[in-house]
Design a protein. Sequence first.
Length: 191
Amino acid sequence: MSGGPVMQWVVLIVRLPVRPSRHRVAVWRELRKVGALSLGQGVWAVPDVPAFADGVRRALELAERARGESVVLRAAGRGPEDAARFEAMFTAAREEDWAEFTADCGKYTAELDKEIGKGKFTLAELEEEEQSLERLRRWHRDLKARDVFGARSVQQADRQLTECARRFEDYSERVFAHLHAFSSADAEGKP
């Protein structure tokens, strides 16, 4: 817990028509994407810091387009205990995000291992793996931006992403070595 000044929060109360459900889903997705903490049906909270402002604005615009009603409040806990509990809830949600991220890093390195094991050293596969690594990097940046209290798992996630990048470089070298060997054999007229 921070122990510093009490964090201010933006609390959104969003009511949307039941039908069509796509509007509720769009608002829900936007708020989940920015890391908002769901406090109950249609009630969300984020720390009152600039990293969340655009996502909140987009969610409110989506609600307005759907002819919904929104109320935005600024709040703080009644005291340090409430503020600490809220911060802990928010950090627990970030820990879940980081766990999902590190699991995807594990899937990424397993995929590289599979391709190396199969000897699949093509430029098309290299490009696909590079795009996957870039997706992980974007996701990491997004998670870091909303992890305003510094979840414990961030260091493990940083190491995982570094390992993914190292493994991608190794795979890249293998692809280019394979392509070079293949083109050299072609030039010499060998099968």
